[in-house]
Design a protein around this ligand. Structure first.
Ligand code: ADP
Ligand code: MG
Length: 524
């Protein structure tokens, strides 16, 4: 089915989220929609899926204009969507999940389980999904849950499938599996709109690429474009993807975590007997798919959570049992994972957010009175140094873009002398230009002698910055490896495969590839 969007405009109050967007997706094509966070990708897809009514513009299917008054209409017209956050019920089986809202109903209107199971099995076998119709959703890995969502769309005869940032929650291997599935769907004639901000994936699979920036289409690109070219289109200026950094010169141990166990609310070990050391002058990255204990680990280092057992030392001093303030005083800097709940106070001004922990101390206050001129001058200087784009330091920080808010947090944390900096997903939801800047500053901080512990689930970021990499899986550190470890070895470890086995599997894979190469050469 051919899909055309013509002049789609969608406003939220004064904000134009989609500004007269044109998009053509040919039958059986994988069309990547590429853009930074906040560019308007999800909004456009929600319009296409009937969730939002466009203010202007038209949707055409095979040349015929259509109007959707809700997702039901879109589904009936052959459009399927897998949202970034799936909407599955954890205790349902795969077959029940697929039947929900589709319901091959029997004569009495009850869900026909047998029909549903049969349908799941059929689709699963046809596309090599490898899904058991009777498996319970909550027992399945995220990648398999995503395949359930895809089956759900396919079982309703989707001709155009929208995948909104599907790889954000996947390990690299799961991503490869998804890419294989997308190829298979394409071979069967399904059109796919593939949304991502990851350039590597776009180049791997897209037939055509539309780049949007600030709600507007800024260009079409060919899949043969380089990552740098695509990134420049996305951001609107040239960016460098590589991080310039000299080899680390690690010094004394500044952060020493030993045998640390932290329980989650349900009483199971979110962090399980973790040992980890970070020396001054090095960046250690904790790699892993989100939700494997990284959050609990960093919150315990800061002191928001108490461990069940184990020790955390900063510069030789035990920190377990000490309040947060004491840890900050010992030289800990912290860039939280969720900026909006613990990084900034939205209603405060930019200037105030620059001194959140320090506002009652010199030089920002004297005899208990805050000195606004000093606070403002500090903010102006720091904003300049960290390239924070703003109109006035007195404006509420909520008026800044996500990337600029994050730069305020990073600048604030780096503006006092640190021994240890813990940065948790510091570039999540941040535009490419700001990512580049934040990366550079992390390296500067390292070179100034700080021990940097970075948590990241973006493999490109891990590989660009790490001097050493600790991979976390289900609360445990699966292995600690050098910063230049191969991507596929890291990917396997992120799925819980121990280091030696990951190395062996990856070597085997490479030998097989090389053999295949020789064979194809022989044929020539
Ligand atoms: P993307 O998917 O490319 O990251 P979105 O389409 O989610 O971007 O968002 C585009 C812009 O529209 C952003 O500035 C976002 O804050 C805004 N936006 C999205 N949904 C809403 C909404 N329901 N109400 C108000 N603003 C919204
Ligand atoms: Mg989105």
């Amino acid at each position: 089915m051919k899909l055309e969007l013509r002049g789609i405009t969608k406003r939220f109050g004064p904000l134009v989220a989609n500004d007269s967007i044109d998009l053509v997706v040919e039958p059986g094509e994988i069309h990547a929609l590429l853009g930074e966070n906040g560019a308007g990708k999800s909004t456009l897809m929600n319009v296409l899926y009937g969730l939002y009514e466009p203010d202007e513009g038209q949707i055409l299917l095979d040349g015929e204009p259509v109007t959707f008054n809700g997702p039901g209409d879109a589904v009936a017209a052959g459009i399927g969507m897998v949202h970034q956050h799936f909407m599955l019920v954890p205790v349902f089986t795969v077959a029940e999940s697929v039947a929900l809202g589709y319901e091959p109903a029997g004569p009495l209107g009850v869900i026909d389980r047998r029909a549903a199971r049969k349908r799941v099995k059929e689709i699963s076998d046809r596309f090599g999904f490898n899904l058991d119709p009777d498996a319970v959703i909550e027992d399945l890995p995220v990648g398999a849950q995503q395949r359930v969502e895809i089956i759900k769309a396919l079982s309703r005869e989707a001709k155009v499938l929208i995948l909104d940032e599907p790889t954000a929650v996947l390990t690299p291997q799961e991503t490869d599996e998804l890419i294989a599935i997308m190829r298979q769907l394409k071979a069967e004639g399904t059109s796919i709109v593939f949304i991502t901000h990851k350039l590597r994936e776009v180049r791997a699979i897209a037939d055509s690429i539309t780049v949007i920036r600030r709600g507007k289409v800024v260009g079409e690109a060919s899949p043969t474009s380089s990552e740098t070219e695509l990134a420049s289109l996305m951001v609107g200026r040239s960016v460098s993807m590589a991080v310039d950094k000299a080899p680390a010169e690690p010094g004394e141990e500044e952060l020493v975590i030993s045998d640390l166990t932290v329980l989650d609310a349900k009483g199971s070990a979110a962090v399980d007997r973790v040992d980890l050391t970070v020396r001054r002058g090095e960046i250690v990255v904790i790699a892993g798919v989100q939700g494997n204990g990284q959050t609990e680990l960093t919150e315990t280092i800061l002191g928001l959570t108490d461990p069940l057992s184990g020790s955390i030392r900063i510069a030789g001093r035990e920190m377990v049992g000490q309040p947060v303030k004491e840890r900050l005083r010992a030289g800990l800097g912290f860039v939280p994972e969720d900026r909006s709940t613990s990084g900034v106070i939205s209603s405060f001004s930019v200037a105030e957010n620059f001194v959140l922990d320090l506002y009652d101390t010199r030089p920002f206050a004297r005899f208990g009175t805050v000195l606004p001129s000093v606070v403002d001058a500090n903010a102006r200087r720091r904003s300049q140094e960290f390239d924070v784009r703003l109109t006035d330091v007195q404006d509420p920080i909520s008026t800044l873009s996500g990337g600029n808010q994050q730069k305020v947090v990073v600048a604030r944390e780096m503006s006092r002398p640190l021994r240890v900096l813990v940065a948790s997903q510091p570039t999540r939801g941040v535009d490419v230009g700001s990512i580049e800047f934040i990366h550079e500053r992390l390296v500067v901080e390292r070179d100034n002698g700080t021990a940097v512990l970075l948590v990241s689930s973006e493999l490109d970021e891990v590989m660009a910055l790490a001097d050493r990499i600790a991979v976390m899986y289900r609360g445990r550190v699966v292995g600690i490896v050098p910063g230049d470890t191969e991507r596929d070895v890291l990917g396997l470890m992120m799925a819980g495969v121990p280091l030696e086995e990951a190395r062996a599997q990856s070597a085997e894979h490479r030998t097989a590839l090389a053999a295949a190469d020789v064979m194809s050469e022989e044929k020539l």
